[in-house]
Design a protein around this ligand. Structure first.
Ligand code: SAH
Ligand code: SF4
Length: 355
């Protein structure tokens, strides 16, 4: 399915989608000195300005020329919320009226941005708020990078983002070209190490192999959620066409090409995938790949019948995995009271229940 990416409704292009080489070429075409490109990139990625107007070491004429073709931030902040654990969430409104979410998750040493790649999600996993209303369109490279810069601006002036996770709305590998271009921008220009950038996917084998062939060092997280095809298909509609065995092959290929261990994500849903025999079967699968397992406590979504297991059940699941030699962690839930699970804030706002 080819989804639209808008941008056509805008008169200007996003500066955040322009690579360093492209910036150099552009200024060359405009007969500007090469160091101007560096200055512009410094204003954006080191000094985190909000507008072209603030780039005061450029001539007024150059700023005007730049602003005639480009914008820096397209989005407006529709809502901004902060949880007691200091997680902050933004609902961004784009020029075509669509909205997406991004989150800043602080911990002792880290500042992590969680960003979206699509407006909604085409996959429609039964437990997830993001896909409940389908997908509207892809985000552009500039819009994906813009979220990172918006989240950077939520940090204290002396703090820099340390990690980026592609775990917001959408399936990153279903918007492959913009996702990969954004990955490169975030790595090269925002300055976040490839290993500190995680792409989470529901599992598209062809695209996983393509990503492996790019020979980049990004962390790949595969949303497994079930150890058998039968159960996985009940939770993830796209699993109908993709057997777990195919995914195992694809992530093995990713490991062989990049040397990067794969993270398996597993959302624990009470009474569905959280039994000891599920954990044992996950451990069997893990023997076939170089992986670590990230157990996620389910963040309940209003109107959906799924619940998170008790802490004890979750710890038992973790213990079973560990006792079988699996490197596993139980991820604490963050930002519950601000609808931090992907898709929840947008859905609430669009359905008018967030007033
Ligand atoms: N589409 C991609 C990336 C976005 S979802 C994917 O599915 O991997 C990122 C992670 O959040 C996935 O592992 C997903 O299963 C999980 N998730 C979705 N809804 C959730 C919820 N309500 N509570 C906890 N985790 C959730
Ligand atoms: Fe889409 Fe991921 Fe949510 Fe599934 S879990 S609906 S793939 S965002």
């Amino acid at each position: 399915m080819k989804l639209p990416i808008h941008d056509t409704e805008l008169k200007t292009k996003s500066l955040l989608g322009v690579s360093s080489d492209e910036m150099g070429d552009l200024l060359g075409r405009w007969d500007e000195k090469p160091y101007r490109a560096k200055q512009i990139l410094e204003w954006i990625y080191d000094r985190h300005v909000a507008s072209i107007d603030e780039m005061t070491n450029l001539s007024k004429a150059l700023r005007e020329k730049l602003a005639g073709e480009f914008h820096l931030f397209e989005s407006r902040i529709v809502t901004e919320s902060k949880a007691t654990d200091r997680t902050q969430k933004l609902l961004l409104g784009w020029a075509d009226g669509q909205t997406t979410e991004c989150v800043m998750i602080p911990s002792d040493r880290r500042r992590t941005a969680c960003i979206s790649t699509q407006v909604g999600c085409p996959v429609g996993c039964v437990f997830c708020a993001s896909g409940l209303d389908g997908v509207k369109r892809n985000l552009t490279t500039g819009q994906i990078v813009e979220q990172v810069m918006r989240v950077q601006r939520l940090c204290e002036p002396d703090e820099r983002l340390s990690n980026v996770v592609f775990m917001g709305l959408g399936e990153p590998l279903a918007n492959y070209d913009c996702t990969v271009a954004a990955l490169r921008q975030i790595n090269a220009l925002v300055g976040i190490g490839a290993r500190k950038i995680t792409v989470s996917t529901v599992g598209l084998p062809k695209q996983i192999r393509r990503l492996a062939d790019e020979q980049l060092q990004f962390t790949l997280a595969l949303s497994l959620h079930a150890p058998t095809d039968e159960l996985r298909q009940q939770l993830i509609p796209w699993a109908e066409g993709v057997a777990i065995a195919e995914l195992v092959d694809a992530v093995r290929y990713y490991f062989d090409k990049t040397g990067r261990e794969i993270t398996l994500e597993y959302v624990l849903l009470e009474g569905i995938n959280d039994a000891r025999n599920h954990a044992a079967a996950v451990a069997d699968l893990c023997r076939k790949m170089r992986t670590n397992v990230n157990l996620i406590l389910y963040n309940p979504v209003p109107d959906l019948p799924y619940r998170r297991p008790t802490d004890e059940a979750a710890r038992n699941f973790l213990q079973t995995l560990r006792s079988k030699g699996v490197n596993a962690h139980l991820r604490p839930s963050r930002g519950m009271e601000i609808d931090s699970a992907c898709g929840q804030l947008r859905r609430r706002t669009e359905h008018g229940t967030n007033a």
